[in-house]
Ligand binder design. Structure first.
Ligand code: ADP
Ligand code: ASP
Ligand code: MG
Length: 435
């Protein structure tokens, strides 16, 4: 069997769903498990609902209704009036309404997962119904009956043994029945049957979990790019498609921020030697990128950019050295707050880390460390990582930037940079004659 994953970009509107169905027509006689994300930017819209509900702004229902209406508009385009999918989807949306009718839960992350997961639930119901109507009989599978996680809401930690036995018990018999099986990416369930999510952009990871547990012969993710490129095409011109990548290179790239694939996706595939194909849903016959073992490791320079980074310059209040017991506390708190340290450097009296500047976590970190440390935050920075660098690539990337931090390890260079401030040019004739 094969596992396919279609992300939000491929399912953003009715034309997108029609295109997905036309791709799947070519695989009609194959055993396929299809993983789908929420449609288009639904997850972002749901996050706004969560914030509105948490802050009780009075707008949560209005924002939620806009998401609903967007889905109904797509459905009106795809289905006959009176199709039972309208009832199925409206029953699903009701579950989110119940959450909004209650007072906001104390645990924000728990509430987030209960609301945001609606995006994948409705998207999968619409897509399964549409494929079935289009002559591709498709069974709908609730991913929460398979993907078991702990109760770390918003970042559910997969319980592999349980997930594997669920997959064999629940998903395998469905696949053996024939026809496609379609399920949700991004979501899982705790042992008490509460919904969890696996972290933003986690649907690629879900597909990898299913591939691993069901011993897929291959996993295919369908994207709006021709494959994995040597840089994000939204940020750079003249990018090159990489035809083949080793698991190792793909792990490194995604770890350093190549957002085309969720970083947790590759490892489970590598463990079972399952090839991953990244293909374009806009040009489905083109070969895309194959990620597998035994790839000759010659690559062009590959560039990753992580925006919205901050440097934290940390020193002790009593001017003592930053010693091991300080580090233990500094890292312990970072782990508690789930702050990911991208780079670090220590000198005798200071310690600097580069971290994503997300939400209020960094400010919380600074406040909680203030009894013992002075922490100076420098924000608005970018972290650039270049694998297989050449001096030319580095110099090109440095243009217009100030480098605050640079580190080279073997074939990888990392730089924390900020833009050179643009100084307004005044029209003064400095050398000119006095009037
Ligand atoms: P999905 O629809 O599955 O959610 P994403 O939008 O998450 O897809 O991922 C595809 C996007 O990833 C592309 O549109 C592209 O802008 C971006 N991207 C970032 N880095 C790369 C890269 N190295 N190669 C290809 N695409 C990249
Ligand atoms: N819908 C989720 C998100 O946007 C998961 C995914 O698309 O991978 O983060
Ligand atoms: Mg995505």
């Amino acid at each position: 069997m094969k596992v396919f994953k279609f992300g939000g970009a491929s399912l953003r509107d009715a034309a997108g769903l029609r295109n997905v169905a036309s791709i799947l027509q070519h695989y009609k006689n194959e055993q396929l498990l299809i993983v789908v994300s929420a449609m288009g930017k639904t997850t972002n819209a749901m996050e706004e609902v969560v914030v509105a509900h948490a802050k009780q702004t009075g707008r949560a229902h209005e924002l939620y209704n806009a998401v609903k209406e967007h889905h109904y508009a797509i459905m009106r385009d795809l289905f006959d009036e009176g199709d039972e999918v309208f009832t199925t989807v409206s029953d699903t949306f009701v579950e989110g309404e119940w959450v909004l009718d209650d007072n906001p839960a104390e645990d924000y992350d728990y509430m987030y997962d209960q609301i945001v997961s609606m995006g994948e639930l409705v998207s999968s119901k619409i897509t399964a119904a549409y494929l079935t109507r289009a002559g591709l009989p498709t069974q709908w599978l609730d991913a929460r009956d398979v993907v078991a996680t702990d109760n770390t809401y918003r970042e559910g930690w997969v319980q592999w043994d349980k997930t594997k036995s669920n997959a064999l018990k629940v998903a395998k018999p469905m696949l053996e029945k024939g026809g496609f099986v379609l399920t949700q990416g991004f979501i899982g369930s705790t042992s008490e049957n509460f919904t969890t999510t696996l972290g933003r952009e986690g649907s690629d990871y879900s597909a990898s979990i299913f591939s691993y547990c069901l011993d897929a012969e291959g996993m295919f993710i369908w994207k709006d790019v021709p494959g994995v490129l040597n840089a994000d095409p939204r940020l750079f011109e003249n990018v090159i498609k990489l035809d083949r990548l080793s698991y190792r290179e793909a792990i490194e790239m995604t770890y350093y921020g190549a957002s085309v694939i969720h970083p947790k996706t590759i490892k489970p595939l590598q463990n079972k030697n399952i090839p991953l194909y990244v293909k374009s849903f806009l040009d489905p016959h083109a070969p895309g990128t194959e990620i597998s073992s035994d790839v000759e490791e010659t690559y062009p320079p590959i560039v990753m950019v992580e925006k919205n980074q901050a440097l934290l310059h940390i020193s002790t209040l009593d001017y003592s050295f930053v010693a091991e017991h300080h580090m233990a506390r500094l890292f312990g708190k970072a782990a508690d707050l789930r702050i990911f340290v991208n780079m670090m450097q220590n000198t005798a009296i200071s310690f600097t880390i580069c971290v994503p500047n997300i939400g209020d976590r960094i400010d919380k970190y600074i406040a909680e460390m203030s009894d013992e440390f002075k922490v100076k935050k420098e924000e608005g920075l970018e972290l650039l990582t270049i694998r297989h660098y050449t001096e030319d690539t580095i110099n090109n990337l440095k243009k217009g930037k100030i480098v605050l931090f640079e580190e080279r390890i073997r074939n990888t260079v990392q730089m924390v940079v900020k833009n050179v401030p643009t100084i307004e040019r005044r029209d003064a004739d400095l050398a000119g004659s006095k009037s």
